[in-house]
Ligand binder design. Structure first.
Ligand SMILES: Cc1c2[nH]c(c1CCC(=O)O)Cc1[nH]c(c(CCC(=O)O)c1C)Cc1[nH]c(c(CCC(=O)O)c1C)Cc1[nH]c(c(C)c1CCC(=O)O)C2
Length: 357
């Protein structure tokens, strides 16, 4: 299987737009498109834990393909999680229903020395295997995304032991233990670069680095910790993989001023960034924008007086008109929420494809 050449890519809209070329239609995909809002995924989850699905290439491939069978999205994203990296470094992580990820033993200054870098990439080989299998099963229909968390975001979860409103424990390291924080982020940047390279070699056609927790950093901390690590990953990866197409985070308000210098071909933004902030630069920027509709726009209460479908279509059209159609990959500004109606998801995707270029 590994040695068989991958099928030829049929729908290359996203790859084209990432490179700055003009597609036949605007490409659209959605973060967390394989998730709990789909009954097929819930069915799969009934008999398998979250990380069992991630670690079993057959199941991960199956989860990845669910939204591809249902909707005309222009990309697949491999079913996995950013927290498989701390797992490969030796940390325990559980996915608790209704709570989210939980680390029973969060990282401390003392336990940092126990992180096991040796062999981490081979412990993540199951992700590579899932990617190779999925590339074959996709049969070239759409490109396959690989992904990783960025060092700051992964570090936040490792230290907090799960989600947090403030990320104050992780930020304490930045203020009080800057050397340990830098050491940890350097270590993570190294693993993440190798991990993404392994995904690309396994068949990922585009990779995304999620730095979701960057919203907790002010400009000074971002410049000192967030930005250099993101740049380093992009430049090291590009050095090793000349042709790779890479993109960065959602929620990256703070990246907007550095769009062109980040070293990524695509930058994801959320709905708090008005198109005019990046739109003003659409003509001269060398970077593709990904985003940024509010996932709540997909809540479509059927009983409301205003036709929700029309309202959603209008929002999609307005967003695209505001961004302009050049170098735009349409997505939500965050992952699709579990209580979204799959019909609204379909309306969103179809509305994007209906826009004339
Ligand atoms: C911070 C982060 C995580 N994971 C991820 C991020 C970065 C993007 C973001 O900000 O959302 C990224 C991620 N997580 C998942 C994917 C799969 C691919 C896809 O987009 O479809 C991707 C790209 C699956 C998932 N990751 C998770 C689920 C739901 C788990 C379940 O089935 O119980 C899925 C399908 C769980 C998860 N995983 C994580 C959290 C905080 C949670 C709980 C929140 C939630 O439940 O939505 C960590």
């Amino acid at each position: 299987m590994q040695n068989k050449p991958f099928p030829k890519l049929v729908n290359d809209r996203i790859i084209k737009v990432a490179k700055g070329e003009t597609p036949d239609k605007l490409p659209v995909w959605v973060m967390r498109q394989a998730g709990r809002y789909l009954p097929e995924y819930q069915e799969l989850r009934k008999n398998n834990s979250f990380f069992d699905i991630c670690q079993n290439p057959e199941l991960a491939c199956e989860a990845t393909l669910i939204p591809i069978r249902r909707f005309k999205v222009d990309a697949a994203i491999i079913f996995s999680d950013i927290l498989v990296v701390p797992q490969a470094l030796g940390m325990k992580v559980k996915m608790v229903p209704g709570v989210g990820p939980v680390f029973p033993d969060p990282l401390t200054l003392e336990s940092m020395t126990q992180l096991n870098l040796d062999g981490a990439i081979s412990r993540l080989q199951y992700v590579g295997d899932a990617i190779s299998l999925t590339r074959h099963r996709l049969n070239g229909a759409v490109p396959l995304f690989g992904f990783s968390g960025a060092p700051w975001t992964v570090m936040c979860y490792m230290i907090e032991g799960g989600g947090s409103k403030t990320m104050s424990k992780a930020k304490k390291w930045l203020y009080c233990h800057p050397d340990a924080a830098t050491q940890l982020m350097d270590l993570l940047a190294e693993v993440i670069t190798d991990y993404l390279l392994m995904q690309i070699k396994s068949g990922a056609q585009i990779v995304q680095v999620f730095d979701s927790c960057v919203e907790h950093l002010d400009r000074e901390l971002y410049s000192k910790y967030g930005l250099p690590q993101l740049k380093r990953i992009a430049s090291n990866l590009k050095q090793q993989m000349e042709a790779s197409k890479i993109e960065v985070p959602l929620g990256a308000h703070i990246c907007v001023d550095e769009l062109d210098s980040l070293g990524y071909d695509v930058v994801g933004i959320d709905w708090t960034i008005s198109p005019s902030r990046v739109g003003a630069r659409v003509g001269d920027r060398d970077v593709t924008i990904q985003g940024n509709l509010d996932p709540c726009a997909l809540y479509a209460p059927k009983e409301k007086l205003i036709a929700p479908k029309e309202k959603l279509i209008e929002m999609v059209e307005r967003m695209i008109a505001d961004f302009g159609t050049r170098r735009l990959i349409v997505n939500l500004g965050h992952g699709v929420y579990p209580d979204t109606d799959p019909e609204a998801f379909k309306t969103f995707v179809d509305a994007v494809h209906a826009v004339r270029l």
